[in-house]
Write a protein that binds this ligand. Structure first.
Ligand code: CO
Ligand code: CO
Ligand code: CO
Length: 312
């Protein structure tokens, strides 16, 4: 059944669905939850909430209401559970999003996240299908959270390195989303489990373009490269690399470690924005004014095969 009010469904692999409910209003709907990514329960709650709301920001929307989605072992770790909830509530409050209920299920392995309802003006939603040749690719958070949290689980991450990764994962993509909406961009998605190249490939497929990415321009969290060089990486990162490889043309200078980092499975990663060249300066200004760190990591190219060319 086709509903003209469904502005974005799941066919284009977008971050959230968008449904028009009136002249000037569309709802943005998404849900995301996952097992503890860090030991600190408050940080885990905050990261999970930031990650769930990020899919609304990636569509250019603003989160309004949310429901907790929680799996937890019954009658166990009640103090930690309270901390997870506190972390989630604090992050939602920072975003101006109300948590109004939720659902809990008994499960040996904890999992937490939010089902989020956001809003956007119909027509103002930013999908991943609008990218055009010549657009600049802008990334708003450094990569490496998969490698670093895996190292932490193995007990080999230094505390400052983990602290920086937690800070990055807890940061809302709100300011970045506001900046891109102020300027007007062609496409956007957020970088999560499929890694930079996996999410870029989804954008290329939806938009029918190719891309060039410059490794030297891609920001990494401190410590990520050293850990990846030691062979630390989550299973998801290796799966990402395998699955994206057919679509990637690697320059001969690109090492195995580089490839792992570009495919590293992220949690609550940054926004990947395709901005038309003539608005790139305005986007830089809008991000700078809000104190959002970012990097221009490459550009889009006319390419029917939708290849990702990775240059040094
Ligand atoms: Co997403
Ligand atoms: Co998601
Ligand atoms: Co229920």
């Amino acid at each position: 059944m086709k509903d003209p009010n469904l502005l974005v469904g799941f066919e284009t692999g977008d971050d959230a669905a968008v449904y028009r409910i009136g002249e000037g209003l569309a709802l943005v709907l998404t849900v995301d939850y996952f097992p503890p990514i860090v030991d600190d329960p408050f940080a885990y709650g905050a990261i999970a909430a930031a990650n769930s709301m990020s899919d609304v920001y990636a569509m250019g929307g603003r989160p309004l209401l949310a429901l907790n989605v929680l799996n937890w072992p019954v009658d166990q770790y009640q103090e930690e559970l309270a901390e997870v909830m506190r972390g989630g509530f604090a992050k939602a409050q920072e975003a101006g999003c109300l948590i109004v209920g939720g659902h809990t299920l008994d499960d040996k392995e904890p999992k937490y996240g939010l089902a989020v309802v956001g809003m956007v003006q119909p027509g103002q939603q930013v999908t991943n299908s609008g990218a055009r040749p010549g657009d600049l690719l802008v990334l708003t958070k450094p990569l490496g959270t998969g490698v670093i949290t895996t190292a932490a689980k193995q007990g080999v991450a230094n505390p400052e390195v983990l602290e920086r990764a937690i800070k990055a994962m807890s940061t809302l993509n709100r300011d970045a989303a506001e900046a891109m909406q102020e300027v007007g961009v062609h496409a956007c998605t957020d970088i999560t489990g499929f890694g930079l190249l996996g999410h870029l490939r989804a954008m290329l497929r939806a938009s029918g373009v190719g891309a060039r990415v410059r490794l030297s321009a891609v920001p990494l969290l401190p410590g990520a490269r050293e850990l990846a060089e030691q062979g630390v990486a989550p299973g998801g990162t290796h799966r990402n690399l395998t699955s994206v490889s057919a679509a990637v043309q690697w320059s001969p200078e690109i090492t195995q470690t580089d490839k792992v980092l570009l495919c590293d499975a992220q949690t609550s990663g940054g926004l990947l924005i395709a901005v038309p060249g003539e608005r790139a300066e305005a986007l830089r200004g809008a991000l700078d004014r809000r104190g959002v760190a970012f990097a221009a990591i490459g550009e889009l190219a006319a390419d029917g095969r939708r290849t990702i060319e990775v240059l040094p």
